[in-house]
Design a protein around this ligand. Structure first.
Ligand code: UPG
Length: 382
């Protein structure tokens, strides 16, 4: 297949590009490299040293038979979108090209507006571009489990059967997102659903949980393929942050009680889920939703797992309960369905102590790159 990967330079996009290329698909990465600019703005950096996109793709060409091309551009510019789609004529478009940090979106008005405009306009341009250029192509959009929030009932995969005043219908599952960022994904979901209905496009919204890990079989193959690993309070996801904190003797930063429960998955499952969605496209006119995670944990459970493994390796690791900078329930019911990707053949890599050990060892190897000032949360929701 010809697969365009918008956001192919990022944390999920780069390993997905490699994974799909290694399986013989022809890849076009479209990316404006802004993820690297956020690091400069926030005075932080990936824990792992990463090559530039140019170096990454050059070394793919020199050392593998994989086909990856790049186009540097911003999806907010419709000409870029149309040019990419016309020249490449993709069968599928994977869309990661969004500002994906909740804290970043909550910094102030400017960052909230940037996040929502960037995300919503980029997706709208893609939808119009697909309609104009390749209406048969399958849009695979990264959504988030954070669209649903934490309702006191089971979370379904996208849709809920509702009985009301003696009638019943299957309706989009109610959305109670956690941040201005998560809201942008809700807006996207509505726009994509409408485009499928009105124009007959085909789309899959992958409501992904919190990702941990950073290496895949392909990123391990060459030091220039290594993926980024964020540990800072803005872009680092919680388990990866705990591993970085442990190796420099920093307390594990549990926000509040730590009863916040979320769906999680390892990055090796992220790339496989995208592949499964691409291999089994949505029907023409269908807006399909999959919940993309493999296990659920509370934040405190994860902290205890990391604490135990780190202590067994000789680190002096402790858990600290910080005042929660976010507005979120800290003790709640959580049960989210996630069977559709399993039905397509996903074989999950569940969280293991071996995995945590590898993460700690890797973080320890690069500990001199950790900026302690980037660890404590300074952005509040209030
Ligand atoms: N948390 C802590 N301590 C930390 C960091 C986070 O207690 O040091 C808590 C946080 O309050 C939240 C949970 O951990 O309850 C998860 O937070 P985090 O790992 O930052 O993930 P999200 O903010 O949910 O966002 C990530 C991705 C986003 C994606 C989402 C999927 O950044 O792009 O949509 O996971 O759920």
């Amino acid at each position: 297949m010809k697969i365009m990967i918008a956001g192919g330079d990022g944390f999920c996009g780069w390993p997905t590009s490699l994974h799909l290329a290694a399986r013989g698909h022809e890849i076009l990465i479209v990316d404006n490299l802004v993820r690297r600019t956020y690091d400069e703005e926030l005075n932080t950096q990936s824990l792992t040293p990463i090559a530039s996109l140019e170096e990454r793709v050059r070394s793919v060409r020199e050392t593998t038979p994989w086909a990856i091309d790049t186009l540097i551009g911003d999806l907010q510019d419709y000409d870029v979108v149309e040019q990419a789609l016309r020249s490449f004529q993709p069968d599928a478009i994977v869309h990661f090209a969004e500002q994906r940090s909740a804290p970043y979106s909550m910094m102030d008005r400017e960052h909230a507006v940037y996040t929502q405009v960037n995300n919503v306009v980029g997706t709208l341009n893609l939808l119009y571009g697909i309609k104009a250029v390749c209406p048969d192509a399958h849009l695979i959009k990264l959504g988030t489990m954070g669209e649903y929030g934490t309702p006191n009932i089971d979370i379904e995969e996208g849709y809920l059967r509702v009985e009301h005043n003696g009638r019943s219908d299957v309706l989009p599952y109610p959305k109670q997102p956690f941040s201005m960022y998560h809201l942008s994904k809700v807006h996207d979901s509505h726009n994509i659903m409408f485009a499928c209905k009105a124009w007959g496009l085909r789309a899959t919204d992958l409501n992904q949980g919190v990702v941990y890990g950073y290496q895949t079989d392909e990123t391990r193959q060459n030091p220039l393929f290594v993926n980024r690993l964020d540990y800072d309070h803005v872009f680092g996801t919680v388990l990866n942050r705990f591993c970085a904190q442990a190796v420099i003797g920093h307390d594990l930063t549990v926000y509040g009680e730590g009863g916040q429960t979320r769906g999680f998955l390892e990055i090796r499952d992220t790339v496989r889920c995208i592949e499964l969605a691409a291999l089994h496209p949505a029907d023409q006119g269908e807006f399909r939703v999959f919940n993309q995670f493999t296990e659920q944990f509370s934040v405190l459970e994860l902290a205890k797992r990391v604490e135990a493994v780190a202590q067994s390796l000789g680190f002096n690791t402790k858990i600290a309960h910080l005042e929660n900078p976010r507005v979120e329930k800290q003790s709640h019911y959580y049960h989210a369905k996630h069977t559709k990707l399993l039905d397509l053949g996903l074989e999950p890599h569940l969280l293991s102590d071996t995995m945590i050990t590898e993460m700690l060892q890797e973080a320890y190897r690069h500990q001199d790159r950790i900026r302690a000032s980037a660890l404590l949360p300074t952005i509040t929701w209030r």
